[in-house]
Write a protein that binds this ligand. Structure first.
Ligand code: NDP
Length: 330
């Protein structure tokens, strides 16, 4: 089995020397309770950049030499545990690894529905969908006619936020980084306006698209787009601070409109998806209903490869290489 450990902390971007591969033989026999999982899908997430930095956060940093932390899906290929028979598909935190040995099955989760594509358990029914649903509903709770702006709109979380806000009757403005993503947001997700933040006229276009001012802002990127959302916020606007990917590689952009939080009494609140654990059953029920009724698109951005591919797949998130949820299929 092969897995990646952290070799050196990146100064800015993740590089070929950030991780090191370790290869070990698979066990010939398992002890009582153990389960051997062959990993088939690995989730790559922007938050992983944070795990690589030695700073205080909601999870401890990965130590140098320790295995990377990552959610995955896999198939049980050997088992000494009656709860997890061979052939069962399970979800867990397997890391950047092609196999995983569970000691007692407590870190394995069976999948509730068999009629959805398996990788959706890392996307719509994984952290992505839960983050979009719980963050939007708890911190913004969009209402018909309100203007909701979503940054990182063509990404995994953002694309689901856009669609839930539309389902709730809001006018949705999505921000993304390429003309293709803007087209996808307009034509496939059918949101009301979409802007490319790399356009030379971005600021003007943003002000025009939000001329009636913003009721809610779901922020995945921080930086310049957060600053423009502050500029265009209504009195008592609600800002859900989900992420700030524009600064994850170390370059943080200034907030010139910071004082608007005070002037317009903006409710700007950060969250971590696990804060809303008690909402997960309702979120899964609603998201699965919308998926089955064709009311929501959960686009997967799947890369085929082995564990060596994982750092490049992760680094690609910071260059906007993905549309929808990026997953590596091993
Ligand atoms: P995405 O699928 O959105 O991938 C990242 C996207 O970010 C890229 O596709 C790219 O799209 C965009 N991006 C990259 N660099 C920049 C930049 N400098 N400025 C603006 N946009 C940039 O990832 P996820 O949906 O998985 O995550 C989205 C956000 O949600 C992240 O900030 C993540 O940390 C956060 N998150 C927070 C959670 C929580 O509990 N609070 C849980 C899960 C995720 P483009 O082409 O548009 O630039």
């Amino acid at each position: 089995m092969s897995y990646l450990v952290l070799q050196e902390r990146p100064k800015d971007e993740i590089t070929d020397t950030t991780f090191k591969k370790v290869t070990e033989p698979l066990p010939e026999t398992l002890k009582k309770g153990q389960v051997l999982v062959k990993v088939s899908y690995v989730s790559v997430d922007p938050a992983m950049r944070g795990y690589l930095a030695d700073v205080r956060s909601y999870l401890p940093p990965i130590a140098i030499g320790a295995p990377m932390r990552a959610a995955g899906l896999g198939e049980v290929i050997k088992s000494e545990n009656p709860d997890f028979p061979v052939g069962e598909i399970v979800r867990g935190f397997y890391g950047f690894a092609d196999h995983f040995i569970s000691q007692d099955g407590s870190d394995l989760e069976k999948l509730p529905f068999k009629d959805v594509e398996i990788p959706q358990y890392l996307a719509l029914f994984g952290i992505t969908g839960l983050t979009a649903y719980t963050g939007l509903m708890n911190l913004i709770d969009p209402k018909p006619g309100q203007t909701i702006v979503v940054s990182g709109a063509a990404g995994a979380v953002g694309s689901i936020v856009c669609q839930i806000a539309k389902l709730k009757g809001a006018r949705v403005v999505g921000i993304a980084g390429t003309p293709e993503k803007v087209k996808w947001l307009l034509n496939d997700l059918k949101i009301d306006a979409a802007l490319n933040y790399k356009s030379p006229d971005y600021e003007k276009e943003f002000v025009e698209a939000t001329k009636d001012l913003i009721d809610g802002y779901f922020d995945n990127v921080g930086g310049k787009t957060l600053d423009l959302a502050l500029k265009q916020a209504k009195v008592h606007a609600k800002f859900a601070q989900c992420g700030g990917i524009s600064g994850y590689n170390g370059k943080v952009e200034p907030l010139y409109n910071y004082m608007n939080i005070v002037k317009f009494r903006i409710k700007l609140e950060g969250f971590i998806v696990i804060d809303f654990k008690s909402d997960f059953p309702k979120a899964i029920a609603d998201l699965s209903t919308w998926l089955r009724e064709g009311k929501i698109i959960s686009r997967l951005d799947i890369i085929d490869g082995n564990v060596d591919e994982l750092p490049r797949a992760l680094a690609g998130l910071f260059k906007g290489a993905n549309t929808g949820k990026r997953i590596v299929k091993l």
